[in-house]
Design a protein around this ligand. Structure first.
Ligand code: GDP
Ligand code: IMO
Ligand code: MG
Length: 427
């Protein structure tokens, strides 16, 4: 009954899409359990490049059943346009199942996301503007719209009207914007019903049955540990549970089903949006990583903030998620550096701190303490066996493994599907 969870170890964009794709031919189900179309997961197959947002990356592999589980927030228009775009490229999307309990992102969530960010000014989170935060806020506030509501016009109308009641006061009186017409929102949502109906299912039941039957289920996390609403750098986080525990609540399987937790981690660090980032580089090294790693957002196109590998974050991720295996991506990006700094601990106001500080204020002024590792110049993109990596690249990986809390089971050496060095089988 193997349930495998795959999550991001840092601040997102670690290469979860590629890692999922790597495992896809050995899995039966791929489940998105958190987030929505704020995610951007890239998969490169030969000359074809796919960017998945709302759909899990495993959808690209024939035979895999993709599931959008209850923990996800669904923008239905985006769902349909992503399905259409994949269909037009010859991908079979007919097996997709969507949880009746997943929440819906509506026009007013997108509007509120944008106006609240504008209102925050310099204190803004730097969200993706997709309505994620307001949709989850409504869920927790018990005024959300669920997928199943779309099939009951009376309930839908009642819920949209009561959700908009207070929001329109807010939009008009506080944010100085036009109010949103409840009828228009209801009509739009109802117009999706016929196409949506055949996809909707009790996905928790389906997943539990699949696990009972010995199927392999992969839970593909969106965002990452440091963006998790509980365990990340709050308030500079997303609004969902992006850590491994989120796979259970976000899909309706018991935590005891989970046998493996794979964390995808870059050989350095990036972040999009605001918030603390101790190893961030503001010099030519940062420019080097951005250019060599092509660090621009898959969803918003924003340049990613870049910095060195942060071992205290890796250890934190390891314990918060119960990581069994790391997939380390983008080792190839470091090629050409004479020396590679790695953050091994922090200096917080003159005190050496080995682990993530308890207080966020301390983390905001944590300065990285670096250890230097020798680099390599050889092109490693064609390497498929660990022993064929340059000795200094091997030492870099082994040193990171020793300080990160779990074994490194695969190493990415390029964006392509086969650009990977596998040390331990992941499924
Ligand atoms: P995700 O959100 O975690 O799925 O990651 P993104 O797709 O947003 O960003 C990762 C980027 O790195 C994508 O452009 C991938 O094609 C690329 N990538 C993944 N693994 C590797 C690797 O090992 N080497 C290189 N050079 N690129 C990689
Ligand atoms: P993947 O799955 C990187 C960031 C945003 C912002 C914060 C909150 O591709 O790794 P939100 O729109 O979620 O309310 O924004 O979270 N963020 C991501 N950063 N990768 C992502 O997804 C992200 N999803 C959200 O930039 O700082
Ligand atoms: Mg991404």
């Amino acid at each position: 009954m193997p349930a495998i969870v795959l999550i991001g170890a840092q601040w997102g964009d670690e290469g979860k899409g590629k890692a999922t794709d790597l495992l896809a031919d050995r899995i039966d189900y791929v489940v998105k359990f958190n987030g929505g179309n704020n995610a951007g997961h890239t998969v490169v197959v030969g000359n074809e490049k796919y960017a998945l947002h709302l759909l899990p990356s495993g959808i690209l592999t024939p035979g895999v059943t993709p599931i959008i589980a209850n923990g996800v927030v669904v923008d239905i228009e985006v769902l349909f346009s992503e399905l259409d775009a994949l269909s037009s490229r010859g991908i079979d999307v007919s097996r997709l199942r969507v949880s009746a309990n997943a929440h819906v992102i509506t026009q007013y969530h997108r509007t509120l996301d944008k106006v609240t960010e504008r209102f925050l000014g310099k204190r803004q989170i730097g969200t993706t503007g997709r309505g994620i935060g307001p949709a989850y806020a409504d869920k927790i506030n018990r005024v959300g719209i669920r997928i199943q509501d779309i099939f009951d016009e009376g309930i839908l109308r009642q819920k949209v009207e009561s959700a908009l009641d207070i929001k329109n006061h807010l939009l008009v009186k506080i944010y100085n914007r036009r109010g949103i017409d409840a009828d228009a929102v209801v009509e739009e949502l109802l117009s999706y019903a016929d196409r949506l109906r055949p996809m909707v299912a009790d996905t928790a039941l389906e997943l539990n049955n699949a696990l009972d039957a010995g199927k392999v289920v992969l839970f593909e996390g969106g965002q990452a540990t440091m963006l998790d609403v509980d365990h990340g750098t709050y308030p500079f986080v997303t609004s969902s549970s992006a850590t491994s525990g989120g796979a259970a609540t976000g899909s309706g399987i018991g935590p005891n089903r989970i046998e493996r937790v794979i964390a995808v981690i870059k050989a350095y660090t990036t972040r999009v949006g605001s918030g603390p980032f101790p190893t961030e580089l503001f010099d030519e090294s940062g420019e080097f990583l951005r250019a060599a790693g092509f660090e621009f957002g898959t969803t918003t196109g924003r340049p990613r903030r870049c910095g060195w590998y942060d071992a205290p974050i890796a250890r934190y991720t390891s314990r918060i998620n119960g990581v069994t295996d790391f997939v380390m991506t983008k080792l190839d990006v470091l090629t050409g550096l004479a020396e590679i700094p790695v953050c091994v601990a922090y200096d917080v106001d003159g005190v050496r701190v080995e682990e993530m500080p308890v207080s966020q204020s301390d983390f905001h002024h944590a300065k990285p303490i670096y250890e230097m590792f020798p680099g390599w110049t050889e092109d490693i993109t064609g390497v498929r066996n660990f022993a064929d990596l340059p000795a200094t690249a091997q030492s870099y990986v082994r040193a990171l493994e020793a300080m990160s809390g779990a074994r490194i089971s695969a190493i990415g050496v390029g964006p392509g599907r086969d650009a990977i060095v596998v040390l331990h089988d992941l499924v």
